[in-house]
Unconditional design. Structure first.
Length: 254
């Protein structure tokens, strides 16, 4: 799993729990009905908004984005493409059939090139897969953005329910304080779900999608250059133009 995700979760919830324990008992902040209103209500609203299969797919995309902390970097991708282009230039494209490729997307493109498919068809197929990936990630991101905006609203609904129940017990002053505390808990739960869980996941999906799309574009351009028989050095210079200046310096140093 991505170390940044683990660190963020531990720090975020650790700070919240620590601040609670510093001035009281954590049991005072636990209320099952309030949690059910926020979490259950948010999930219910999400199911109303989106189809079941897309909700499940969105959660799977989010889990994959969180888990896959170690992915092939862009410089390593460029290095591999340059290696493949050198082999294809020296021995022909058919020689790439024996190369072991761990990246499924790159493997698919190379396999199509080895099979002798037209350049336009290869690029069209790879671009279609790129667009499909963007669509899946975008749908997952929008799903969690919706949940991030819905959770505080469900927290407010729970608070209003608690206030109504509190107003019904105004004849008993000793019950007002605990009832108000429970009412406010739903607002806190809604804020935690929105700003500690759903919001960050939505943003992480967006960032991961951009990173993966950039890497896939480099693979597409690299395979296109290989099919055209371009020189390895030209391919390297062309692809490295997409790297940030710092990444270029680190690659040269390596």
């Amino acid at each position: 799993m991505d170390i940044a995700t683990i660190l963020g979760i531990v720090m975020g919830f650790g700070l919240i729990i620590g601040s609670i324990l510093s001035n009281g008992s954590i049991t005072a902040f636990i209320d099952v009905p309030s949690a059910l209103v926020v979490v259950g209500g948010t999930i219910a609203a999400t199911l109303i908004m989106e189809r079941m299969q897309h909700v499940i797919g969105g959660f799977k995309v989010a889990m994959n984005a969180i888990r896959n902390g170690k992915v092939t970097s862009v410089p390593d991708t460029i290095k591999r493409i340059v290696e493949l282009s050198s082999i294809a230039r020296r021995e022909g494209v058919l020689a790439l059939e024996n190369e072991e490729l761990t990246d499924p997307f790159m493997s698919k493109g190379i396999r199509m090139a080895v099979d002798g498919l037209p350049e336009e068809e290869i690029i069209h197929t790879l671009m279609a897969e790129l667009m499909s990936m963007k669509d899946r990630h975008s749908r997952g991101k929008n799903l969690f953005k919706f949940m991030a905006t819905t959770a505080p609203s469900m927290g407010m609904i729970g608070t209003l329910i608690g206030l109504v129940q509190m107003l019904q017990t105004l004849d008993d002053p000793s019950a007002i304080g605990p009832a108000m505390a429970v009412a406010l808990l739903t607002t806190m739960y809604g804020a935690i779900v929105a700003f500690m869980v759903c919001g960050p996941i939505a943003e992480k999906l967006g960032l991961r999608s951009k990173e993966e799309a950039a890497r896939m574009v480099i693979i597409i351009e690299g395979i296109e250059a290989i099919v055209r028989g371009q020189n390895a050095m030209i391919i390297q210079e062309k692809l490295e133009a997409r790297l940030a200046p710092k990444e270029r310096e680190e690659k040269k140093a390596a």
